[in-house]
Design a protein around this ligand. Sequence first.
Ligand code: DGL
Length: 266
Amino acid sequence: MILETNKNAPIGVFDSGVGGLTAVRCLRRLLPGEDIVFFGDTARVPYGSRSPEEIHRFARENLNYLLSFGAKAVLAACGTVSAIALEDLQDAGIPVCGVLLPAAEQAAKITRSGRVGVIATPASIGSGSYQRALEERGCTVTANACPRYVPLAEQGRVQPGDPLVDQATAEYLAPMREAGIDTLILGCTHFPLFREAIAAYLGEGVALVDAGAAAAEALAAQTGVGTRAEGGRLEIRVSGDPVSFAPLAERFLQEKNLRVQKARLT
Ligand code: DGL
């Protein structure tokens, strides 16, 4: 629950990199009056090929960093952290939400055939968390890990027609076509950046669920957020190079003159 005394505090959002901005974009649209602090752990991206121990440690450090800004709620805009370490973060005294359950709930609601696909990082798929959440909701699941998507997104290579994007898309989504899914969860927050390429490959009959957007909608619906109507500020901090992150962030958020600062994690 968000305390009355905290209501003017910022919302914290973190991810390993640029992917979390897909959730920030949605939050900015839904809650234009809220201050947001986004932290991208670009010095340590990708998370999706790391061990559970590392993912737990990074998740805790990222949460602590955002708590140092007095965040009133934190969105772990990272499928990998949501699949592996979210339960650990529930002792912060503020709401800490992930992307997995909102995405699974949305997909289970949308699907007509019950055949749902999920693509995410190797760590997320390996944990089985998405699969369990969907099966508990009555879905038949086809899951696939997509290790090459995150490095491509971090380089800004996301457009269909880019040979590496097209090759990865065909390889990762062939099992989805075969299984005849009607709904696909983009279970890593980097993946909505490939929406065009994914939609072109799967065709119009497959609904795409953006995990970051689903989580932003769930967070925006909580009591105590969204107290001001407009004028929310966005602060972006990254653990890697802020200069190269700025143009990517401007492109993905469709906002100009964003200031990106170097984060110092203690
Ligand atoms: N965007 C994150 C996720 O949703 C992390 C991707 C990565 O760093 O591998 O899983």
